[in-house]
Structure formats: C-alpha cells, structure tokens
Design a protein around this ligand. Structure first.
Ligand code: UD2
Ligand code: MN
Length: 292
C-alpha cells in the first residue's frame, strides 16, 4: 500500500542493507557503535534510492524529501513488545501523513527483548541514543503503537516544544483523562531531552513514567504545548492484549522524581548490544534491558 509498484525494488534494497549490516557487524569488535557514522550514509544508501511521492526512501523506514530541505529531521520512537497487529495499522496512517507534511523522518521500533515487566521510558532512552547512530535528528516523537492520529494536519515537526500531540482520545469521548496528561504521543527536541537527562529508567510495568516526564520538563522550566480541537484527536486501537501490570510503587517514585532527575536517565543507563534489523517501513531495535 505504501510503496505501490515499487515494492519489489524496496524489498531488494532492504535485503541488501541487512546483508551489509550483518557483514559489518561480524567484522567489528564493538558492535553497532563501530558502524555509527556510516549507518545512514553507507549501509542505508543503495546505489539507486527508490523514490516515491517526492521522497527518497532508505531501507529501514527512512524518508527524505527530494525537492525541499525539510524543516525538521524527525525520529519517531515507538516503544514496543508483541503488538505487531497494532504496528501495521499505525504505520499505514503515519507514513502518508508525515509525507504530506514534507518532513524528513525515520521510524524506529524499540523492542523490549525480554519477558521482564515492560519499561516504556527506558526504551525511549535507548531509542534516543541509538537514533544518534543514524543521522542528526533534531526532533523526537514518542509514539504509543496503538494511538492513531485522525487528521493529517496534526503536524509532527517540532513547533512550540515540548508538545503533547493529543487533544482527545476516542475512548474518553475525545477528551483527556486529566489536564496534566502526557502519555500516548509526545514530542521533544534534542535539546529538551538533554536538558531533562532523558527519561526515568525505574518504571517497570504500567503507569507513572508519563507523569514523571512531565515533572522533569516542568522542573527544567519547560512547559508543554497542547493544541485544542478535532485536528488533534486520536483513535486507540482496541487492545487484544492486556497492558503491563500496574506499577504499585509509581506514586512513591513520583514523589521523589526531583531527586532522581540528575542521576536516573541518560546519565546512568546501561544496556548491551541492541540488535538492528531493517524492515521496509521501520528499523527494529531490539534490546534486552535490565534493572540498573
Ligand atoms: C497509557 C499511555 C501510555 C503510557 C501508559 C502507562 C495512552 C494513550 N497511553 O497507555 O503513553 O503512559 O499508559 O505506562 O493513554 N507496549 C507494548 N507492549 C506491551 C506493553 C506496552 O508495545 O506489552 C507499548 C505500546 O507502544 C503501547 C504503550 O507501550 O501503546 C503503552 O502501553 P499500553 O497501550 O498497554 O497502555 P495504555 O494504553 O494504558
Ligand atoms: Mn494503549
């Protein structure tokens, strides 16, 4: 649907990129870090870049407008585990929307590769750090896999950052649960993320991490923008899965969030050997995250 008649050409380009990546990885001692600066410029650049709708396409879901210099280079980070049916629906809406907005963008699925409780915020840190290996993104959109934007005028570039993109969800009759709500889909500039030391690593299981991220932003003097009206409505794909178990300690953690801001986040994160895999519509980064 996204590629039309180009689909075979794209498949071939993706296959080649994965072969080049594997070849490079077996020939290096340090894994992904060694390929850092040339991931985007060598591994992902086929001799003939497939072209679609005024865009160059690079394997792994990287899109670059051909006829204009994009206003923003956006990395979409999707925290993920075992929701493939949601991912296909989301991408079918997201990609045409961002193309219409003439953004440069890359889609990263950050997959938790273990059965421990799900840790959305830690995956966001991993996504931010690993995306640095691709190109110099200036704008990050953190996206729940099951939140589908309903109007392509909901601009995914970085204006009035930090931003909360959602004005209403179908499941709450197109309202939000509470005013200080920051879950679902949010946007930060690179500078915003650095200012708050990234995201907390200590939230295992459901809930709390979105509230803490908002607290971090506020205590760094950054206030969120949220536009009103139906352009910013989302539909939530019905869960066939249950959410992670609620994190009981989240209220205690939230009370102490200020003390942890400088010590818990990008500054202390540890994880080993994330695995990259290029797919036609996204780059999958699979990572085994552990308690630090
Ligand atoms: C709400 C927030 C979400 C987050 C969460 C609390 C909305 C729209 N979203 O999500 O941003 O703050 O509460 O932690 O209100 N995921 C997986 N696999 C899993 C579990 C989670 O991929 O097994 C990812 C996926 O991207 C999902 C997101 O994490 O959309 C949030 O998890 P959820 O959908 O289970 O929880 P939900 O909808 O209550
Ligand atoms: Mn959800």
């Amino acid at each position: 649907m996204i590629f039309g008649p180009l689909v075979e050409e794209v498949r071939t380009a993706v296959k080649r990129a994965n072969e080049k990546l594997r070849w490079k990885l077996v020939n290096s001692d340090t894994g992904n870090k060694a390929v850092a600066h040339w991931l985007f410029n060598e591994i992902l650049q086929p001799e003939e870049k497939p072209m679609k709708n005024r865009y160059w396409f690079l394997p792994g879901g990287h899109w670059i407008p051909i006829n204009c210099s994009p206003k923003w280079k956006v990395a979409v980070l999707i925290p993920f585990r075992d929701r493939f049916d949601h991912l296909t629906i989301l991408l079918r809406y997201l990609i045409p929307m961002m193309q219409k907005q003439l953004l440069q963008f890359s889609i990263f699925v950050i997959e938790q590769a273990n059965q421990d409780l799900f840790n959305r915020a830690m995956l966001m840190n991993v996504g931010y750090l690993e995306a640095l290996n691709f190109t110099d993104y200036d704008c990050y959109v953190i996206h729940d896999v099951d939140n589908v934007p309903l109007d392509d005028r909901n601009y995914y570039g970085c204006t009035d950052m930090p931003r909360h993109f959602i004005s209403g969800l179908d499941k709450f009759n197109y309202t939000l649960r509470y005013g200080g709500y920051f879950g679902g889909v949010s946007g930060l500039t690179k500078d915003n993320i650095i200012r708050i030391n990234g995201f907390p690593n200590v939230y295992w299981g459901w809930g709390g991490e979105d509230d803490e991220i908002l607290k971090r932003l506020n205590s760094a003097g950054l206030h969120i923008t949220r536009y009103a009206g139906p352009v910013y409505h989302y539909d939530v794909i019905k869960h066939h899965h249950t959410s992670a178990p609620k994190m009981k300690e989240r209220f205690d953690l939230l009370l102490k969030s200020h003390d942890r801001q400088k010590t818990d986040g990008l500054s202390n994160i540890v994880y080993h050997n994330p695995v990259y895999e290029f797919h036609p519509l996204y780059t999958n980064i699979s990572v085994d995250i552990r308690r630090i």
